[in-house]
Design a binder for this molecule. Structure first.
Ligand SMILES: Nc1nc2c(c(=O)[nH]1)N[C@H]1C(S)=C(S)[C@@H](COP(=O)(O)OP(=O)(O)OC[C@H]3O[C@@H](n4cnc5c(=O)[nH]c(N)nc54)[C@H](O)[C@@H]3O)O[C@H]1N2
Ligand SMILES: Nc1nc2c(c(=O)[nH]1)N[C@H]1C(S)=C(S)[C@@H](COP(=O)(O)OP(=O)(O)OC[C@H]3O[C@@H](n4cnc5c(=O)[nH]c(N)nc54)[C@H](O)[C@@H]3O)O[C@H]1N2
Ligand SMILES: [Mo]
Length: 749
């Protein structure tokens, strides 16, 4: 590396930006000119990349080096010994070999969930999975914290993978702008979240589209505990968290009892409506799900529910549901019920009508691009077939061998001896962190690659310092985006940091697997190889790309794959002729009743969508002790826990701000900015009160993102909501994270 580079553009999960360097340091960032609404997130980058919290050298925990059962108890409290790379790699490779020899590859957990960083080759998860695959395999994890309940439920209802639905079967923004008259948003469409997309979003479009919707007079209805969940100007129906399904049932009842259901669509394109209707009308359980019934539960009055039903039935309506709504106990239900409601309106398959999931959750959803695929680092095959639903990590570590149910299957948790994490921060992302801390004391060894001393790195045994994207060369390219980026190396690696690929290549060599892992390729060889494959793919699509040297020179290329001409109307063919273009469900139609699900025999989820009161919500017994519902959305100023140490340095930033309604604040004699303790039976954290009318009474909001850092009493000092959230699966269908099902109390410090 030369000590000075020209200022080049790179990309990230939060979009492209220009990096200014001086003397091997990142000194600033600038917006990428073609982006109409660039994210402010890169502003923190210079401070974060060079922060004192970077892992400087390979580090191994003293108690682990000394060995012995009881040393595990010290995990998280012990000190680390810095070692030269060669020694640390020898120790790591030998430990992997020992565990494999003594317990088999089925005792290694390599699910390693997390967002890591953008870049197609140096993607930490792809790297660790390929490495563990060539080493004989690992217990993996399926689905995501984002959408596990949806990933289990949507295939039962629509006969396709949720990710396929999300990327290829949704109305694009231009279609919505042209045709939708009423946009009904459960959980909102949040511009703070659409800053981000996996692998990047170059044109931040959401705000622009919402300005357009406002200009055209589209009705926008934000059904959410926070008014800020949708760009300003929408009507706000401040629903009680966890009760969307009840509200949807109230709307459905109004449609059914006033004969506004599209019977022809129901007849032609769905199955099982009658059995659902018998529940809706109370014939099967004696409770009619009237708007009045719903109002009692969801906190939105019956008149508003009826009015909304009329509007939806008389205008082109798109119902959207945010992912957050399914990150709750029985989170499968609002996704199923919203589909049922859309089917009752009969607009599925019409442009700008029907149902959509996850608009705004990430920036790429709704963008009209031709999706090309390609540029994937091959992970190989995993000889171990065992996996867990991703959010069941603590359950698995605490309960080896124990049976559990998942989407109709009975499985048993593996007996895990070694955990390998690369590109994620479970002590930020998992629920009930005190429980996770116990769980992380179970395995014999925890290995982490990290650029920073995160809460997870601090709770590992072996910590290997990884580079950030600015310290290596890569290619950037994302779903829902038209751009291709060369991501140049801008500075030398910090400290002794190495690329994940370099670390795994060295471990593979020590384990006699170098050729299998690298295929004899250097990083640069891989980049050339992946790019070459991509060029062939684009050529087959009529797009000629320059060679890699030229891509390096140009820095970025906007591929001709974005524009209104790539927008499609999802389900149009199916709607026209369901016999000729059936869905891949057992019935070939939208399943309002699913025999498959009914046969699972789960009482929390019969064969049709239903309302089941969660264990924790404002209507539950527990609310007498913990009367505030905690929602824990994504942070607006960053991505999850990334670059947290630099954020935490900013005056007043930590502990994080918890939003609270003036009514609840005054009942607790809280002033704006007061330091508070937020607590329940699972744990406690500090926070700073932020009093606001933008949140409904009875609900408080504390974003994720802080690094868990408990004081001697166990109270997290930074404001990480996950010391409070519950660690139970959404249901036996999805077994997803139910972070939003959480009650708390707040006191002034
Ligand atoms: N309460 C509550 N909790 C939640 C949620 C919620 O709504 N409420 N949301 C959940 C969701 S949807 C998600 S996706 C998760 C997000 O949780 P995570 O994806 O675990 O969060 P990140 O902070 O993005 O973690 C990525 C880590 O990878 C590291 N990293 C970056 N680049 C590299 C690299 O090149 N190599 C290596 N080795 N490491 C790298 C970063 O420093 C960071 O520590 O949180 C979940 N947790
Ligand atoms: N800036 C930024 N953007 C991000 C991320 C980030 O870390 N930073 N993370 C990305 C990731 S990984 C994901 S998965 C997505 C997540 O995208 P989402 O899941 O859509 O977003 P959240 O921010 O978790 O929650 C959005 C809102 O849902 C509301 N909500 C909570 N519970 C309920 C409920 O029961 N009913 C209703 N109606 N509303 C409810 C809350 O008021 C909350 O503000 O965001 C992505 N975008
Ligand atoms: Mo996510």
């Amino acid at each position: 590396m030369t000590s000075k580079t020209e200022n080049r553009v790179t990309t990230s999960h939060w979009g492209a930006f220009r990096i200014l360097t001086d003397d091997n340091r990142i000194v600033g960032t600038e917006a990428f000119a073609p982006d109409p609404h660039p994210s402010a997130i890169p502003g923190i980058l210079p401070a974060a990349v060079h922060h004192a919290s970077r892992v400087a050298r390979p580090s191994i925990r003293r108690g682990w080096l000394q060995g012995g059962e009881r040393a595990r108890e010290l995990r998280g409290r012990d000190e680390f010994v810095e070692l030269p790379w060669d020694e640390a790699l020898d120790i790591t490779a030998a430990e992997l070999q020992r565990v494999i020899a003594e317990h088999g590859n089925g005792s290694i957990f390599g699910g390693s969930y997390g967002w890591a960083s953008a870049g197609r080759f140096h993607h930490a998860l792809g790297q660790v999975h390929r490495f563990l695959n060539v080493s004989g395999g690992y217990v993996s994890s399926v689905a995501s914290y984002s959408t596990a309940a949806a990933q289990a439920m949507v295939p039962h209802v629509f006969g396709m993978h949720f990710l396929k639905f999300m990327w290829a079967w949704q109305n694009a923004w231009p279609t919505i702008a042209q045709h939708t008259q009423t946009l009904v948003m459960f959980g909102g469409i949040n511009p703070k979240n659409s800053q981000v997309s996996m692998g990047g979003v170059t044109h931040h479009e959401t705000d622009g589209w919402f300005r357009e919707f406002a200009r055209s007079g589209m009705r926008r209805i934000n059904i959410s505990p926070q008014s800020t969940d949708t760009p300003a100007g929408a009507d706000w129906l401040p629903v009680i968290p966890g009760t969307d399904t009840a509200m949807m049932l109230g709307i459905a009842h109004a449609l059914e009892s006033e004969d506004r259901v599209d019977r022809a669509f129901i007849e032609r394109c769905t199955t099982g409506y009658d059995r659902f209707a018998s529940y809706l009308l109370g014939q099967s359980d004696g409770v009619a799900k009237t708007p009045e019934w719903a109002a009692e539960i969801c906190g939105i009055d019956a008149e508003s529910i009826r009015k909304l039903a009329h509007t939806m039935a008389s205008t082109r309506t798109l119902i959207t549901v945010a992912w957050s709504v399914q990150r709750a106990q029985n989170g499968e239900q609002p996704f199923w019920m919203a589909a049922t409601l859309a089917a009752m309106l009969g607009q599925i398959g019409l442009p700008g009508g029907g149902i959509g999931y996850g608009y705004g959750a990430i920036g790429g959803v709704g963008v009209s691009v031709k999706r090309l695929g390609g540029l994937t680092f091959p992970q190989g095959d995993n000889p171990v077939t065992d996996s867990i639903p991703v959010a069941r990590i603590a359950d698995m570590l605490l309960n080896p061998g124990k049976p559990y149910d998942f989407n109709g299957e009975r499985r048993n948790y593996a007996d895990i001896r070694l955990v390998y994490w690369c590109g994620g921060n479970p002590f930020h992302h998992h629920q009930d962190l005190n429980r996770l801390q116990q769980a992380f004391r179970q395995p014999e060894t925890v290995i982490v690659h990290e650029p920073w001393w995160t809460a997870t790195a601090k709770r590992a045994d072996i910590v290997l310092p990884a580079t950030t994207p600015y310290e290596r060369e890569d290619i950037g390219r994302a779903m829902g985006d038209s751009y291709l980026f060369h991501m140049p190396q801008l500075i030398d690696p910090l400290g002794e940091a190495r690329d994940d690929y370099a670390i795994f290549s060295e471990l593979a060599r020590r384990m006699g697997l170098e050729q299998e892992f690298t295929l004899g390729r250097s990083s640069e060889d891989w980049l050339l190889h992946l790019y070459d494959e991509f060029r062939q793919l684009t050529r087959a699509n009529g797009i000629d790309l320059p060679d890699f040297e030229e891509l390096r020179r140009r820095n970025w290329i906007d591929l001709p794959v974005r524009g209104a001409e790539f927008a499609q109307t999802p389900f149009a063919e199916f709607r026209d002729n369901p016999e000729a273009a059936p869905l891949q469900t057992p019935s070939g139609r939208i399943e309002i009743f699913s025999e498959t699900i009914a046969d699972f025999g789960y009482d929390e989820c019969p064969g049709h969508p239903c309302w089941r009161a969660p264990d924790e919500w404002l209507g539950s017994e527990l609310a007498t002790r913990y009367p505030l519902h905690l929602v824990s959305p994504q942070p607006g100023d960053k991505l999850h826990s990334q670059m947290e140490s630099a954020i935490a340095d900013q005056p007043g930033a930590r502990p994080g701000a918890i939003e609270i309604n003036p009514v609840d604040a005054s009942a607790r004699e809280l002033g704006d900015g007061d330091l508070v303790t937020v607590f329940n039976e699972r744990g406690a954290c500090r926070a700073r009160a932020h009093i606001s009318d933008d949140i409904r009474p009875g609900v408080v909001s504390l974003p994720t993102g802080a690094w868990f850092d408990p004081d001697s009493e166990g109270t997290d000092t930074q404001g990480n909501p996950n010391v409070l959230t519950r660690d139970l699966g959404t249901s036996r269908i999805g077994q997803g994270s139910s972070a939003h099902t959480t009650l708390v109390e707040i006191t002034r410090l």
